[in-house]
Design a binder for this molecule. Structure first.
Ligand SMILES: Cc1cc2nc3c(=O)[nH]c(=O)nc-3n(C[C@H](O)[C@H](O)[C@H](O)COP(=O)(O)OP(=O)(O)OC[C@H]3O[C@@H](n4cnc5c(N)ncnc54)[C@H](O)[C@@H]3O)c2cc1C
Length: 540
């Protein structure tokens, strides 16, 4: 696939860039512009806390990219590599389709940031996040599940653990999520009759001296006062040092017993951007790729960047704030600049005056700092809702959200527990003769054990090895460069057990016995004569 312009990322910056560019280029843009994103929706992240608190439905906060960015070619998949020298990127669409190479003349980087919880021991294993719709649904389901379990519990100690919720991070997302979680729990607890006399705790932990450093001290103090009055415990100047399945430890004070921790900290640069900057020697500012005010990456004329992954100068500041407000405006300005570049016109430097900040803290209260004026309470909350409703892209979404918010005024929150089935670490697979397990060169995501039948491995057209019942394959590809070194095809009706990459790596890292068994088996293996030569089909 070849396009004149490829926009990588379908968040605020990427989607608005694509929409603006499509308008500028007119009918031909569908053949000239591609938008590449991991999800086929744009997520309105500022409203995720409301999905977790069951005041909004998940469909209210997403917008399908194909409908929002009409006029550009939307390609859904995960970008694993950007090869700037060859002007192409590699896109993994999912298990049943092959890795695709997408070529470009211009590339826009709008990949946002990622969450890296690995700096706090136990945080990746035992805490929830709030970055996308799946996270919000998981948080909601976990909260309801804790109430259901607590309702049956007679052990006081365990009961208290189940009813203690810890939120880490006192910035926007932490305060909004904690406020919404407290509202949700307090408003539905009376449906659990055994819990009527049992107190529940929501504890907000923040490393700084004031909540919401983004909106200044007075509003941070207001938010703190309001949240404390509603029963929230707030620990300031406190850092979480580690988390286990049932306890949270701090740099001072006693640990808290809790089985539910939400982490809103740990913003980290997107690894695809880090790798590109490293390989091309591009300048970065605080983990963001440095651009000129026109959003061209410094030192590369046809490489552009916007949104949270980019450090776009703002006046005399080296970087604009990493917020939706700026990402959206940068996206629009970049769309116009790309069209100007193609027409050979002068580019427009990005400038946007920060309009202010808003944070809803639950119970129809919010704090707002708009054009230098500060509001709090109900008026700020009303402003928050009106502004976000106005900003929500698409009339259909706006109407849905209005209906959901109106319903919330009159009806209790929904406590249906819709848990997705647990992800199995091992999956059974059945293959007919000739079915392909993997193609050489594609990303390797599983380790396979043959339960029954036979799998042949191929190097090009040449069969190099046969794997029989009880034997396995995949470990070299997973532990090597992460791509398949060969193709694999079922030689007869075959049953396999697949072990996902994460589970395999955990097992390999943590079990000496497992590593030894793999090594011993490899050493004992005799070189095998291929039994039969067959050509591996080009496609599945
Ligand atoms: C819970 C929460 C609450 C927030 N509240 C507010 C708020 O109240 N006000 C505010 O202004 N801001 C808020 N923000 C911040 C705001 O959402 C971000 O600043 C904004 O989303 C940045 O837009 P972006 O387009 O740069 O990145 P994103 O919106 O994160 O989009 C990145 C895109 O890149 C895609 N992507 C990433 N990696 C790959 C890959 N390898 N392959 C393919 N696609 C990839 C993603 O799927 C996504 O489509 C909040 C954020 C969160 C998480």
């Amino acid at each position: 696939m070849k396009f004149e312009i490829v926009i990588a990322g379908g968040g605020f910056a990427g989607a608005y860039c694509a929409k603006t560019l499509a308008r500028q280029l007119g009918r031909d843009s569908i053949n000239r512009v591609a938008l590449v994103a991991e999800q086929n929706v744009m997520v309105f992240q500022p409203m995720l806390a409301e999905v977790a608190a069951a005041t909004l439905s998940p469909l209210d906060v997403v917008n399908p990219l194909r409908q929002f960015c009409r006029g550009v070619n939307v390609l859904r998949g995960r970008i694993t590599e950007i090869d700037w020298e060859r002007r192409r990127l590699l896109l993994v669409p999912g298990r049943f389709a092959k890795t695709t190479s997408v070529e470009f003349k211009h590339l826009v980087l709008a990949l946002g940031s990622v969450t890296d919880l690995s700096r706090v021991p136990g945080m990746p294993e035992h805490s929830l996040m709030l970055k996308n719709v799946g996270d919000a649904l998981k948080l909601r389901a976990t909260a309801i599940n804790r109430l259901e379990q607590a309702n049956l519990e007679t052990d006081r100690e365990l009961l208290q653990k189940l009813l203690t919720f810890v939120v880490v991070g006192g910035g926007y997302s932490g305060v909004e999520a904690a406020g919404q979680l407290l509202d949700f729990l307090q408003s539905v607890k009376h449906f659990y009759h055994n819990l009527e006399q049992v107190p529940l705790r929501v504890v907000l932990v923040h490393s700084g001296p004031n909540l919401l450093p983004e909106v200044g001290v007075p509003l941070g103090l207001y938010a703190e006062r309001k949240l404390r009055a509603r029963g929230m415990e707030i620990l300031l100047n406190t850092r979480v040092t580690s988390i286990t399945a049932s306890r949270v430890f701090f740099n001072h004070g006693d640990p808290i017993d809790s089985t539910t921790v939400l982490s809103t900290i740990g913003n980290a640069p997107n690894p695809v951007i880090v790798e590109l900057c490293r390989s091309l020697g591009l300048e970065m500012y605080k983990g963001r790729i440095a651009t000129k005010p026109t959003m061209q990456v410094i030192g590369r004329e046809r490489l552009w960047a916007a949104g949270d992954c980019a450090a776009v100068p703002l006046g005399d500041q080296p970087s604009s704030p990493p917020t939706a407000q700026f990402a959206q405006r940068q996206g629009k300005c970049l769309g116009r600049n790309l069209a100007r570049f193609l027409r050979g016109e002068k580019l427009e430097p990005f400038y946007h005056r920060n309009l202010g900040q808003l944070a809803s803290i639950g119970r129809r209260t919010a704090v707002a700092e708009i054009l230098g004026m500060r509001f709090s309470g109900f008026i700020a909350w009303w402003l928050w809702r009106s502004i976000y409703l106005f900003k929500l892209p698409g009339l259909q979404r706006k109407l849905r959200v209005m209906v959901d918010w109106t319903m919330d005024l009159f009806f209790p929150r929904d406590i249906s527990l819709l848990l997705p089935p647990p992800t199995e670490l091992l999956n059974d697979m059945y293959l007919e003769r000739g079915d392909i397990v993997c193609h050489a060169g594609e990303p390797a995501n599983s380790f396979y054990i043959v339960k029954d039948g036979r799998v042949d491995l191929f190097d090009g057209d040449k069969m190099i090895k046969t794997i029989r019942a009880g034997q396995h394959f995949g470990e070299h590809s997973l532990l090597g460069n992460g791509t398949w070194h060969y193709s694999a095809m079922a030689a007869e009706p075959t049953k396999l057990v697949s072990v996902g990459r994460g589970a395999f790596e955990t097992l390999f890292r943590s079990s000496e016995a497992f590593r030894r068994a793999l090594a011993e088996e490899e050493a004992a293996e005799q070189p095998q004569e291929p039994e039969r030569h067959e050509t591996v089909p080009a496609s599945r």
